[in-house]
Design a protein around this ligand. Structure first.
Ligand SMILES: Nc1ncnc2c1ncn2[C@@H]1O[C@H](COP(=O)(O)OP(=O)(O)OP(=O)(O)O)[C@@H](O)[C@H]1O
Ligand SMILES: [Mg+2]
Length: 235
């Protein structure tokens, strides 16, 4: 089991108001799964992803990532585990504008202290994997939206993470670029990469194998996707 959440709660405390964004989530995700997280705006999807990605802490409950009890870790160890085990893909791509595609993909390896020669080799391979060999020296503003997202996916892949987390990766893309991104995720998943992806769009969720729907900080359904339909009944 790559992800296990036990009674996970997240309360945002902004002084006067305490907002309970996740209200006791129990969830297990196995290795090689491909999961869509759905639900209305404000239902807690990004809150969940940020906790899964070790970008934010939880208020109570347990989070086990690849067998490690993440809930008890301090910031330093969290950053280390995040760099090693997680590849994050954001709606807004989050590339550094002054760096080439190649240099953007090299970044996580710089943090991990990988030597330059190896960094370049791995970055090239990752860009090849997402079909961008012909654009490695382009900067983000010289790339289309779909190409930017492919650079971000290459960056997410480059440390061989245990899991790819994607928060609305097609949210800023037209439908043909979205389909390209879905084709890449499909390939990665068939190569054994675990993927958890937030999406508002049913069409996009249909590419996954399991769809979990959130409402007001709770899971209201968790169903298998087969032949591009969401099968009824609790998983
Ligand atoms: N940093 C924060 N401080 C305080 N409240 C927050 C914070 N981030 C999110 N919230 C609140 O927590 C709730 C869940 O937000 P979250 O961003 O997880 O929703 P979401 O499902 O990702 O929505 P969307 O589909 O619009 O992206 C919302 O009510 C939001 O206002
Ligand atoms: Mg969100």
């Amino acid at each position: 089991m790559i992800i296990k959440l036990e009674n996970l709660r997240k309360v945002y405390d902004t002084g006067a108001i305490k907002l309970e964004a996740l209200k006791g989530i129990n969830l297990s995700i196995e290795e090689k799964e491909y999961v869509a997280i759905m639900g209305a705006s404000g239902s807690g999807k990004s809150t969940l992803m940020n906790i899964l990605g070790c970008l934010d802490g939880l208020t109570s409950g347990k989070y086990y990532l690849d067998g490690v009890d993440v809930s008890s870790l301090k910031d330093d160890s969290l950053a280390e585990i995040r760099n090693k085990k997680i590849g994050f893909v954001f709606q807004a791509f989050n590339l550094l504008p002054k760096l080439t595609a190649m240099a953007n993909v090299e970044l996580p390896m710089m943090y991990a202290g990988v030597p330059k020669g190896e960094r370049e080799k791995k970055a090239k391979l990752a860009l090849e994997r997402v079909g961008l060999s012909h654009r490695i020296y382009h900067k983000p503003n010289e790339l289309s939206g779909g190409q930017k997202q492919r650079v971000a996916i290459a960056r997410a892949l480059v440390n061989d993470p245990a899991i790819i987390l994607a928060d609305e990766p097609t949210g800023n893309l037209d439908s043909s670029s979205s389909e390209e991104i879905m084709a890449i995720f499909q390939d990665l998943n068939s190569e054994g990469v675990t993927i958890v992806m937030v999406t508002h769009e049913e069409d996009i969720a249909m590419h996954t194998k399991r769809a979990i729907v959130f409402k007001d900080g709770n899971i209201i359904s968790d169903n298998l996707v087969k032949d591009r339909t969401i099968l009824g009944g609790q998983k």
